[in-house]
Design a protein around this ligand. Structure first.
Ligand code: DAH
Length: 343
């Protein structure tokens, strides 16, 4: 049979085998059979060289056209089979719920602190910071706390190794772990001229044994506002605004007279809300506050005849415990994920 006549049947045979391949291995076998270096179609092409000058152009053209067709068929079938191979073997149930990743979250104390800071920022307060390792001057003396005040006693205060300073009290006196964030009031006023509008969230330390309501380290937020003509009314309005934001809009607050050496007059703040009633109490004590004592202004070089101000301080754990109904302060520090996950 003339070469030209063999092309079409051979092409048809190759096409049938390529298109009928049921997987990639069978397709490869079909390719080798026909288009491989020892394949049938390749053998046909090799015979072209032996043809006469007259026969060659027509046969050559026909062989090339057929080869292009076969290669296209090979590529098409390969595409189909590769797609089929990539499909999942098992049927997929698209109605199954997705797998959720466990995402970390903020510690409840951090969440409460951020809420407090957010409320104060709305009314123009900025966050200030100070050292946790303090000196007696900033923690007590500058705050007008007398040398014989029980808070200074080693019962309440962690003193650092140098021991309690027995000489005259100066800025270089003994080191301690701050017992309250009030020390930062002094540090800020020493550096900055009035007006001042700061809040200071931070860690404090006291020599208390841990129980359901005490821990040797806990957190406070201090607030300080200094300007001209500042009144107790400003203090009350500010505290009320923040506590309503934190504890719900039906929260009420009341001031009771109290004593702090760095404020005069001084008050304790009680608040009342659905949360306190849930704890079986109408009023719960929540914070200390007052008008900045003139002696404190003298100590930082502010003229008490010109400047007025108020300050307050409260415990962050206490707010978080009331807010979330937590009955043991130690839970905050145990890092038990079963507890922390709930907030
Ligand atoms: N420092 C006090 C405490 O630790 C809280 C406090 C009371 C802070 C009155 C103040 C204040 O700024 O004016 O219990």
């Amino acid at each position: 049979m003339a070469l030209l006549e063999q092309i079409e049947p051979m092409k048809q045979e190759a096409l049938a085998e390529l298109r009928g391949a049921h997987d990639l291995a069978a397709l490869e076998q079909a390719r080798v059979n026909h288009l491989g270096s020892h394949g049938k179609f390749t053998a046909l092409m090799k015979q072209l060289g032996a043809l006469s000058k007259e026969e060659k152009p027509a046969a050559g053209k026909a062989v090339n056209t057929a080869k292009i067709e076969l290669e296209a068929a090979l590529a098409e079938r390969r595409g189909e089979l590769e797609l089929k191979a990539a499909l999942p073997k098992e049927p997929t149930d698209f109605t199954l719920p997705g797998r959720r990743r466990v995402v970390g979250k903020l510690h409840p104390l951090t969440q409460v602190t951020e809420d407090i800071v957010r409320s104060f920022r709305k009314i123009g307060f900025v966050v200030a910071d100070g050292p946790e390792i303090e000196d007696e001057y900033h923690c007590f003396d500058a705050l007008n706390t007398p040398a014989d005040h029980p808070a200074r006693d080693t019962q309440d205060t962690f003193y650092l190794q140098a021991g309690r300073d027995s000489g005259p009290r100066t800025q270089d006196s003994g080191r301690l772990l701050r017992t309250h964030t009030s020390s930062v009031q002094i540090r800020v006023m020493e550096k900055q001229k009035p007006p001042v509008r700061i809040i200071v969230p931070g860690r404090v330390y006291r020599r208390d044994n841990a129980d359901a309501t005490h821990n040797p380290t806990f957190h406070q937020v201090e607030g300080l506002y200094v300007d001209r003509n500042v009144t107790v009314g400003d203090l009350k309005g500010t505290v009320e605004f923040v506590f309503k934001e934190l504890m719900g809009s039906e929260t009420r607050i009341r001031f009771r007279p109290h004593y702090f050496s760095y404020t005069e007059p001084s008050f304790e703040i009680d608040f009342s809300s659905a949360l306190t009633r849930k704890m079986g109490k109408e009023w719960l004590e929540i914070a200390g506050c007052g008008m900045v004592h003139p002696q404190v202004f003298e100590n930082v070089g502010y003229d008490p005849e010109v400047w007025t101000g108020w300050a307050f301080g409260f415990g962050i754990e206490r707010i978080a415990m009331i807010r979330y109904g937590i009955n043991d302060i130690r839970l905050f520090y145990e890092n038990d994920a079963r507890f922390l996950r709930q907030f």
